[in-house]
Design a protein around this ligand. Sequence first.
Ligand code: NAG
Ligand code: NAG
Ligand code: NAG
Length: 351
Amino acid sequence: MMEECCYFNKDSLLIKPPKKYPLVLWMAALALVMISGVYICILYLKQKWVPTMPNPIMLRLKEPKPCPDPGIPQSEVPYVHYPEPTTYSRNECACTPVWFFAILSMQRSGSGWFETLLNSHVNVSSNGEIFSVKERRSNISSILQTLDEVYNLDWYSSASKNECTAAVGFKWMLNQGVIHHHDEIVKYFNQRGVSAIFLFRRNLLRRMVSVLANMHDRGAKQLNGTHKAHVHSRDEADVLARYKPTINVNSLVPELKQMDKWGADALDYFKSTRHILLYYEDLVNNRKKVKDVLKFLRLPKRKLSSRHVKIHRRPLSDQVENWDAVYDTLKGTEYESFLHADYQMQQETIS
Ligand SMILES: *[C@@H]1O[C@H](CO)[C@@H](O)[C@H](O)[C@H]1NC(C)=O
Ligand SMILES: *[C@@H]1O[C@H](CO)[C@@H](O)[C@H](O)[C@H]1NC(C)=O
Ligand SMILES: *[C@@H]1O[C@H](CO)[C@@H](O)[C@H](O)[C@H]1NC(C)=O
């Protein structure tokens, strides 16, 4: 017994057992260790097979879209996003799908009014005319980087609604790089699922009056020494509307043609994108048109409002210094209708 004990001890490299324990007990202890080892091993394997409660942080890392909404039609999936901003967490709205949009327009076409209207919706973040800053549109990489920031919900502006935004975008004038870089921008819109909202003005002569009056105020600063492109009161509107521009009739028709062409070209370039075409006059005259926009962006219905007050509310003939010459120039041309088309004015609209 002594022999066996010592032989075993030497080979197994175990700590030499105290002599008072017999070999049998020692073996039993060893067996117990082995059995529990196998048991732990089985438990471990079992754990691997049984699905466990996922760690939410791990899930976020693994799944680019943690909240696929089964209610979204297949055709709309490319336009539905779950951004993960780097600057904050979307918290309880992390699973609220976000639509990307851009309002493509021209200066003095009602886009300022339209954007404030959209931003009165609790789930819309339309970040203003971000490409009015030249460096942001100086080359295509700078444009795309800016777009990425906006659509990742990392762009901060007074319009940002942060975590519960369901539609994010901005307004973009056609002459702020849209036409110039249209190929790359269309590609980006299609790849990232950005919807385009075209906002044009039917009466381009009214638009021209507004452009000239706005240019005049830039220098004249008629409101207590400050220039305002949009106003929030009747009094301010009346001050700005007092100025009657003189239109250069020699370049009038070519200029109207040019404006027309810009709009037509833009629509043609962007025809492959998901888009909607709106006219300012239609939005003003028919509130149902505004509902169409909410539907287009799959937003919950809301009553929208804007504090903008229309500047030029009178008939065009009262607002152009050389009306007779303008009248004679456009009479008989394809733009003759601009002379007559006056639409019903509503309170909270701009010129
Ligand atoms: C693009 O424009 C930005 C901002 O003006 C500038 O910093 C950057 O170097 C330009 N990149 C290229 C590739 O020209
Ligand atoms: C809209 O915003 C509200 C308030 O932040 C939020 O409770 C709601 O879930 C949002 N709805 C959508 C569709 O994002
Ligand atoms: C100019 O300022 C005065 C006082 O600050 C104010 O009462 C008035 O309404 C302002 N006028 C305009 C046209 O903004």
